[in-house]
Design a protein around this ligand. Structure first.
Ligand code: FES
Ligand code: FE2
Length: 460
């Protein structure tokens, strides 16, 4: 006799237990507190507060103060009449009115509620309406929380850590590349900072998200899955993707400098079809936590001979460079053509690492998280974190970029091992040029790359 269940179109008893295991695999994991909590007093938050971070674009600081949130702190950024930048706690220390409704003065900022007036360093300059003796007492006793901040090429950088531990600001080689136009931009992400940061040491995602799965968001060559290698060099971590494009071999170097500085190759200039010796990154970028659930990438988009073509220097250009699509799109567009925002925000506000299944191509992500944990623990133990300013020559060398060499096949069907040897050789050339001024460094690396081409990729 046949039961009603068995006669249906999909007999339930035929399902294998190993498949359709949704019921047993329902999510219950917790966020990775150590790496994802960034507020004051949290281990990761304290680690991040041992570095300079960009917090705003210069162009955002005009006549009015601007409410911003960085590392879980509600702040106000402003520019005073002497063109000094202030970054202060949002709430006035008198009775907690928000200084976003204050007014920028010749010196400092004035609160809207009772007119207390503060300098950019938090000093109370004036408390109108109070008896003179009380004024003097208040000026001695009251301070508005303030952070040191300065501008560089259209970005506002700030130190949110202990003043006595203030580090040297790292001036990277990429800040001063000749003939490079650097356009400041911000990219918002509605998720934890680590989800945004992870992508930089995930060089294989460009072959899928930015190419075969979504649409060709950068150039054609991105669809090729190349040989992935990772390089662990103290505060620098690099992921290379080495691809064959016809007779050419295309090296793309993604780079993270601890804790949150990132570079990659060009978005549109390099596709592997044209020779390119020692091209650099299309962005110079920091991934800055707004709070545990929001992140801002603050960056320069780089246009010029060694970056992306000046033709991409349009209002949308930095958005396309950042994630392959413009930021503000209808939901259906985001579904059809997802970019980085859809990939990383879709994980949820704070992803659950316990429920990931890391694969060989995630080696860089695992390495980065391990290194961050070590550094967070070091700071918690009272040690000084790894900083490039303690390790490098000046200007501080970075390695993110693209190089395309003409290196035809040498007969091997599978070129993976050869590509790995070449990628290692290319990285060594760059390391050997550390400490040279930029023009000599370019000449040094270019000469070695040409020699590598001339001897058909034989690595000594
Ligand atoms: S609350 Fe700011 S002056 Fe009173
Ligand atoms: Fe991406």
């Amino acid at each position: 006799m046949t039961t009603r269940m068995e006669s249906g179109p999909v007999p339930v008893h035929r399902f294998r237990e190993s498949a359709y295991h949704g019921y047993g695999a329902r999510q219950s994991g917790a966020a990775d507190e150590e790496l994802t909590r960034v507020g004051p007093g949290t281990p990761c938050g304290e680690y991040l507060r041992r570095f300079w971070h960009p917090v705003a674009l210069s162009c955002e600081l005009a006549e009015m103060p601007v409410a911003i949130r960085i590392l879980g702190e509600d702040l106000v950024a402003f520019r005073d009449g002497e063109n000094r930048v202030g970054l202060v706690h949002r709430r006035c220390p008198h009775r907690r009115a928000s200084l976003e409704y204050g007014t920028c003065r010749t010196r400092g900022i004035r609160c809207c509620y009772h007119g207390w007036h503060f300098d950019v360093d938090g000093t109370l300059l004036d408390a109108p309406g109070q008896p003179p003796a009380a004024q003097e007492r208040l000026k001695r006793r009251i301070r508005l929380g303030a952070y040191p901040a300065f501008e560089h090429r259209g970005l506002v950088f700030a130190w949110l850590g202990p003043p006595e531990e203030m580090a040297e600001f790292p001036v990277y080689d990429a800040f001063e590349l000749p003939d490079m136009e650097m356009v400041p931009y911000r990219a918002p992400f509605r998720c934890n900072w680590l989800q945004v940061l992870d992508a930089i040491l995930d060089p294989i995602h460009t072959s899928f998200l930015h190419s075969s799965i979504s649409r060709e968001q950068f150039s054609a060559g991105f669809g090729e899955v190349g040989r992935i290698d990772f390089f662990d060099r103290a505060a620098w971590m690099m992921g290379t993707n080495t691809r064959r494009v016809g007779d050419n071999v295309w090296f793309r170097v993604n780079e993270l400098v601890l804790p949150n500085f990132t570079q990659a190759g060009a978005a549109f200039a390099a596709d592997g079809t044209r020779r390119r010796y020692y091209g650099r990154s299309s962005f110079v970028r920091w991934v800055v936590p707004v709070d545990d659930e929001n992140t801002t990438a603050l960056a320069w988009a780089c246009f010029g001979e060694r970056g992306d073509p000046p033709a991409w220097n349009t209002p949308e250009g930095p958005e396309l460079i950042e994630q392959g699509e413009v930021f503000d799109r209808p939901y259906e567009q985001r579904q059809r053509f997802p970019g980085d925002a859809e990939a990383v925000e879709g994980m949820g506000r704070i992803t659950v690492h316990d429920e990931e299944n890391l694969a060989p191509s995630d080696k860089g992500v695992a390495l980065m998280r391990r290194r961050l944990r070590e550094q967070i623990a070091a700071v918690a133990a009272g040690e000084r974190p790894l900083r490039v300013t303690d390790l490098a020559s000046r200007p501080i060398p970075t390695y993110g970029g693209d190089t395309v060499l003409m290196l035809p096949r040498d007969g091997d069907a599978d070129e993976s091992e050869r590509f790995s040897r070449l990628a290692h050789a290319f990285m060594r050339m760059q390391y050997d040029a550390d400490g040279l001024p930029e023009s000599e460094r370019v000449a040094f690396v270019t000469e070695r790359l040409k020699a590598l081409e001339a001897n058909r990729g034989a690595v000594g």
